[in-house]
Design a protein around this ligand. Structure first.
Ligand code: UDP
Ligand code: MG
Length: 320
């Protein structure tokens, strides 16, 4: 049996314009994985790169058949790239890792140890983050605490997509075909025995982040809307509060008028309250829109990604 088609471990890495890092990334992964002396595959997902990364990936595949490459027809996004990687992974344990070396491959053996102890999901917890802006660290920290509070899933704080998943978990994940996917949440949602290992998140080895603020915000909203209705329910709570206050206000205004006190007269009060309620309503309309747009994308049932070319996968394997 060809060991590359039946590996023990699959390493899945999404790649978007990482030409400066790829050779080092490959070297560090191989150094760590060969130390384990079990067959492995490294699946690189080319998420529509427009630098020389695809050529580098092709070369890596040609010199080392353990490297397999999925070339997307265009950029589909980080979470979708991870999905394609785990769809095609054949290992008994699958590790998701960023290709920018922020997630050190040297942590993988510790994850594998925990997996051998019987854990089916081993996530890496960022005990420290190097080389990231104050803004990114603060917003990330707030986001993970918020999502832990408002959703029903127990998302461990300060974890990313860097994690190991057992074959059974991967098979469960592969069945989830939703379009707006928050992979780190879904891998908790599936259940199974989970644990974490701490690590120090490094600075990017080279290049710049592919997550500008807008994308980060959209990603955060995907995470919240995937697992919580709270933003929608807030409108109900707000409605009760405002309606209650207005009844109180009617009574106060009547009392004042009856006792002859001249108060709350003029346009300013009216204008302020109309503008305030108009604003609140527009905000909630926007929130409904966020959910509605996501529902629309889900019902369209478009394929999650399109592979233009794949290198190193069995031709007998069909696209999922
Ligand atoms: N990435 C991707 N597609 C994208 C954006 C990013 O495949 O549209 C990859 C990128 O190459 C990297 C990982 O996803 O390996 C994480 O992205 P990045 O490092 O830019 O995010 P950050 O660590 O800054 O949050
Ligand atoms: Mg990164």
């Amino acid at each position: 049996m060809n060991t590359t088609s039946n590996p023990t471990f699959s390493i899945v890495a999404p790649v978007y314009n990482e030409e400066q890092i790829l050779p080092t990334f490959y070297q560090r992964v191989v150094n760590v994985m060969t130390g384990l002396e079990e067959p492995f595959e490294l699946i690189l997902v080319n998420d529509g790169c427009h630098d020389t990364s695809p050529e580098i990936m092709r070369q890596l595949h040609e010199q080392d058949p353990r490297v397999k490459v999925l070339n997307f027809s265009r950029n589909f996004g980080h979470q979708i790239a991870i999905t394609a990687g785990i769809d095609h992974a054949r290992g008994q344990a699958v590790v998701i890792i960023d290709s920018d070396l922020q997630d050190p491959p040297e942590v993988i053996p510790q994850m594998i140890d925990r997996w051998r102890e019987g854990y089916q999901v081993v996530y890496a917890i960022r005990s420290e983050r190097a080389g990231e802006t104050w803004f990114k660290k603060t917003t990330a920290s707030l986001f993970y605490r918020l999502i832990a509070r408002i959703t029903s899933i127990n998302l461990p704080v300060d974890t990313g997509d860097f994690r190991l998943m057992d074959r059974r978990v991967v098979d469960a994940m592969v069945q989830i075909r939703e379009y707006h996917r928050f992979m780190r949440g879904l891998s908790v949602w599936v259940g199974f025995k989970q644990t974490g290992v701490p690590y120090k998140r490094e600075a990017r080895a080279a290049g710049t982040t592919k997550y500008p603020f807008r994308k980060m915000l959209r990603f955060a909203f995907d995470g919240i809307t995937s697992f919580s209705y709270l933003p929608l329910q807030l409108a109900t709570y707000m409605g009760f509060i405002v309606a209650g206050l207005s009844v109180l206000f009617i009574l106060v205004a009547m009392g004042l008028r009856l006792s002859g006190i001249e108060a709350f007269k003029g346009q300013a009060t009216t204008l302020v309250s109309v503008l305030f309620m108009g604003g609140v309503q527009l905000i909630f309309l926007g929130i409904i829109g966020e959910y509605l747009g996501r529902i629309y994308n889900e019902v369209k049932h478009r394929p999650l990604y399109l592979v233009a070319e794949s290198l190193g996968f069995d031709t007998s394997e069909r696209e999922p």
